[in-house]
Design a protein around this ligand. Structure first.
Ligand code: ADP
Length: 203
């Protein structure tokens, strides 16, 4: 798990190679699907361009297909999942068990924005434009809190990333800041939310 540009795709590729796991990259699978000139492809394309979440049913179908097509694999790394609590619960219902570990890439918002904007220029990824990045961040910070709590209660969370020192002085908490759900993350003692809050304010 992690926000846009946090590096989860890159690190999942590295880990899959190193440990011989099958890498299920949802963003990549969805981009392939979005290129198809089908009703489903066009719908996925539009959703991704807006920075919103693709319906859970579609996501779970893709994960199931990817996992079932590699029964010999010694393990699966599902990259970019779950993004909301419903996905986490549905996954367990369908697969019949929880994941072994949930890795969260903690990254400051300014780093994520910088990387995603650069990726948009270099790789011409249509959803790496300012408006879609803004929406993806909003989606991530709004929906990730309950998922983190869910897995923290199961003791499955592993938080990766050094605490980010804020580059700007900490802003005073505002009512608006408190509404973002970061307080949930604070309770989880993750190292990032302080920087998330800072960057959220300066974004
Ligand atoms: P990022 O994490 O930088 O947004 P991804 O390539 O992982 O990039 O995902 C790109 C887009 O694909 C997301 O903005 C979203 O629209 C869709 N997507 C990826 N994973 C999921 C998921 N688990 N559930 C719903 N939509 C997803």
């Amino acid at each position: 798990m992690g926000g846009p540009g946090c590096g989860k795709g890159t690190q999942c590729k590295n880990m899959a190679t190193k440990y011989g796991f099958c890498h299920v990259g949802l963003g990549q699978l969805l981009r392939q699907e979005a290129q198809r000139n089908t009703q489903r492809g066009r719908k996925i394309h539009d959703i991704m361009l807006q920075g919103l979440l693709v319906p859970t049913g579609t996501i779970l179908d893709m994960i199931s297909n990817a996992m079932l097509s590699r029964p010999e694999s010694r393990g699966f790394l599902i990259d970019g999942f779950p993004r909301e609590l419903r996905q986490a619960k549905e996954f367990e219902r369908i697969v019949g068990r929880a994941p072994d570990i949930v890795i969260v890439f903690d990254c400051s918002m300014d780093t994520m924005v910088r990387r995603a904007l650069r990726r948009g220029r270099v790789e011409h990824r249509a959803d790496d434009c300012e408006q879609a990045i803004r929406q993806r961040l909003e989606t991530y910070y709004t929906l990730c809190g309950p998922v983190l709590t869910f897995y923290q209660q199961k003791k499955l969370l592993c938080n990766v990333g050094a605490p980010c020192l804020p580059l700007t002085p900490l802003p005073k908490p505002t009512p608006q800041g408190n509404k973002t759900g970061h307080a949930v993350a604070h309770n989880l003692d993750l190292s990032g939310p302080v920087s998330h809050c800072v960057c959220w304010e300066i974004w």
